[in-house]
Write a protein that binds this ligand. Structure first.
Ligand SMILES: *Cc1c(COP(=O)(O)O)cnc(C)c1O
Length: 458
C-alpha cells in the first residue's frame, strides 16, 4: 500500500531538473508554488487510496499547468463553418488597415484626446464624427463600447422614468442577453407595448402616447423573421408621428450595414443611412457585424439628441477604447474610399463568386483524395451571414464534404480531430458528413486546412 511518504518532495522534484526550462522561463518561486499544488492534489488522492505519483508524473503535471496558465488567449482558429459573422469566433475579422491602426494606437502615445494644432484637450469622438456624418447623412454621431450599451445609453439619457412605446413585434431578444424589454427596464424607462406580434400600425403608437411618453423605439428583429400576415410601421411614418407630437424616434437597426445587402443576392438589411433619411432621431448599430469592424456601438442622429447622450454619466462608463476607435476609423475609411468590398474581410467573403469558392473546394478535395477510406467530394451548399443579421438568408456556396463512414470514423470524431489541429479548424456536420466551406477561410490558410484534414483523417 502506498503511503504519503512515497510522494516525492518539492526539493526532489526541483532537483530532478525535469522542470529546468520552466524555472528558467518563469521564476523558481512560481514553479515551487505549482509543484506544491500538484503534491497537495497527490496527497488528497493517496488518502483516498490512490498510488503515489512518480517524480516524473508530478513534473509532467506541473509542466502542463505552467502551459495552461501561460497560454495566450484568444488564439486564432480557422472558420470553415461558412458563417461569415460568427459571434463565438469573434464576429468580423478586421481588414489589414484596421489591424495596423489598432497596433499603431496600442504601441505609443497618440492624439486620442489632444488637439495637436491648439495644444489643448480634444475629444476622442471628434475623429469619428465627421466621417460618420459624411457616411450616414446624420448631423451628429457618438461611438461607445458596443450596440447594447449604445441603446441603453440612449434610453437612459432620453427616457429614464418615462414611457417608451414599442411594437409587440419588436420587443425582441437578440441573443447573448440582449432583450429589448430588459434593456428598457435597466434604463429606468417604462415599456409600453402596442399592436400585436404580427401587425402594428401608426395609430397603435399614437393612441398609446401620454404626457409621459419619452420616446418611440423601433428595434430590428435581427435574428428571426415573421412571415405572412404582417405589418410594421416604417421608420419614416413613425418619424412623421414623432415630429408632430414632439417625441423622439430611436431606431436600433442592429447590424448596421452601410452597403446594400440586396446587391449580394441577400434580403435588404435596413441601413443607418435610410434610417437617418427617414428622419429618425437616433439610429443605433454595431461595429462588428455587417460594418465589418471592431466591437463598437455607433449612434447617429440629430445634434440635440446626441448631445444629451454625450453628457449622460453612462457615456463615460461605456466609452470606446483607443484600439477599437483606431480600427473603427480605418474600417469606415474603406467605405469612404469605395473599397469596402475589396478591403473589408466580411464583404470580400460575401462577394466572392461561387466559381472561385468551387475552385478552392476542388483543390481541397484533391489534397485529401489519397487518404484511404475517406470519400471527399465537392457539394453545393449554403453559407450563412450569421451574427444576428439576415435570418435565414444564405449565399450559394460549394463545400468540401467528407464522408468518413467507410473508415469507421464518426463525423463527430472528424470534427474533433479538426479542432485539435494547430490552428484549430472549425467545421460543421450535415447529414452525417463533415462540411468545410472555403468562403470563410482566408486563401492563405489553405495549406493549414489540408494539414488539419490529414491530421484528422489519417
Ligand atoms: C446585435 C444587436 C444588438 C447588440 O449589439 P452588440 O454590438 O452585440 O452589443 C442590439 N440590437 C440589435 C437589433 C442587434 O442585432
Amino acid at each position: 500500500m502506498t503511503q504519503l511518504r512515497d510522494i516525492p518532495s518539492v526539493d526532489k522534484v526541483l532537483a530532478s531538473r525535469l522542470l529546468e526550462d520552466e524555472i528558467r522561463s518563469f521564476s523558481r518561486e512560481w514553479i515551487v508554488t505549482l509543484v506544491r499544488q500538484q503534491l497537495e492534489k497527490a496527497r488528497a488522492q493517496v488518502r483516498l487510496g490512490a498510488e503515489a505519483p512518480s517524480l516524473e508524473l508530478v513534473a509532467e503535471e506541473t509542466r502542463r499547468s505552467v502551459h495552461e496558465l501561460t497560454r495566450p488567449a484568444p488564439l486564432p482558429v480557422i472558420n470553415a463553418t461558412g458563417v461569415v459573422i460568427h459571434t463565438n469566433l469573434g464576429r468580423a475579422p478586421l481588414s489589414r488597415a484596421a489591424t495596423e491602426a489598432a497596433v499603431l494606437a496600442a504601441q505609443g502615445y497618440s492624439n486620442l484626446e489632444f488637439d495637436v494644432q491648439s495644444g489643448r484637450r480634444g475629444s476622442r469622438q471628434a475623429h469619428l464624427q465627421g466621417l460618420l456624418q459624411d457616411l450616414t447623412g446624420a448631423e451628429a454621431a457618438l461611438v461607445v463600447n458596443n450596440n447594447a450599451s449604445a441603446v441603453l445609453l440612449g434610453l437612459s439619457a432620453l427616457a429614464e422614468g418615462r414611457e417608451v412605446i414599442v411594437s409587440r413585434g419588436e420587443a425582441v431578444e437578440i441573443g447573448g442577453g440582449f432583450r429589448v424589454p430588459d434593456v428598457l427596464a435597466q434604463s429606468g424607462a417604462l415599456l409600453v407595448d402596442v399592436g400585436t406580434t404580427n401587425r402594428t400600425y401608426v395609430r397603435d403608437y399614437e393612441s398609446a402616447v401620454t404626457d409621459n411618453t419619452g420616446a418611440f423605439l423601433k428595434a430590428h428583429a435581427s435574428n428571426f423573421r415573421v412571415e405572412g400576415f404582417t405589418a410594421a410601421v416604417e421608420p419614416g411614418d413613425l418619424s412623421a408621428l414623432g415630429d408632430r407630437l414632439g417625441i423622439p424616434v430611436l431606431h436600433d437597426v442592429g447590424s448596421g450595414s452601410l452597403l446594400d445587402t440586396a446587391n449580394y443576392g441577400l434580403a435588404h438589411e435596413p441601413t443607418p443611412q435610410e434610417s437617418v433619411a427617414a428622419g429618425v432621431g437616433l439610429t443605433f448599430f454595431s461595429g462588428d457585424k455587417l460594418l465589418g469592424g471592431p466591437q463598437a456601438g455607433i449612434v447617429v442622429g440629430t445634434r440635440e439628441l446626441v448631445r444629451k447622450l454625450e453628457s449622460h454619466p453612462l457615456a463615460r462608463a461605456f466609452r470606446i477604447d483607443k484600439l477599437s476607435l483606431a480600427s473603427l476609423i480605418a474600417t469606415l475609411l474603406h467605405y469612404r474610399r469605395g473599397e469596402a468590398e475589396r478591403e473589408i474581410p466580411i464583404w470580400r467573403m460575401i462577394s466572392t463568386p461561387v466559381q472561385l469558392i468551387e475552385e478552392r473546394a476542388v483543390s481541397w478535395a484533391q489534397g485529401v483524395s489519397g487518404i484511404t477510406g475517406i470519400g471527399a467530394t465537392v457539394e453545393t451548399s449554403r453559407s450563412a451571414i450569421g451574427g444576428g443579421s439576415l435570418p435565414g438568408e444564405t449565399l450559394p456556396t460549394r463545400v468540401l464534404s467528407v464522408d468518413s463512414s467507410r473508415a469507421g470514423r464518426s463525423p463527430e470524431m472528424v470534427l474533433k480531430g479538426l479542432r485539435e489541429a494547430n490552428p484549430p479548424v472549425i467545421a460543421r456536420i450535415e447529414d452525417d458528413r463533415v462540411l468545410l466551406d472555403p468562403r470563410t477561410v482566408a486563401p492563405e490558410a489553405d495549406r493549414q486546412i489540408l494539414a488539419a484534414l490529414h491530421g484528422a483523417l489519417k
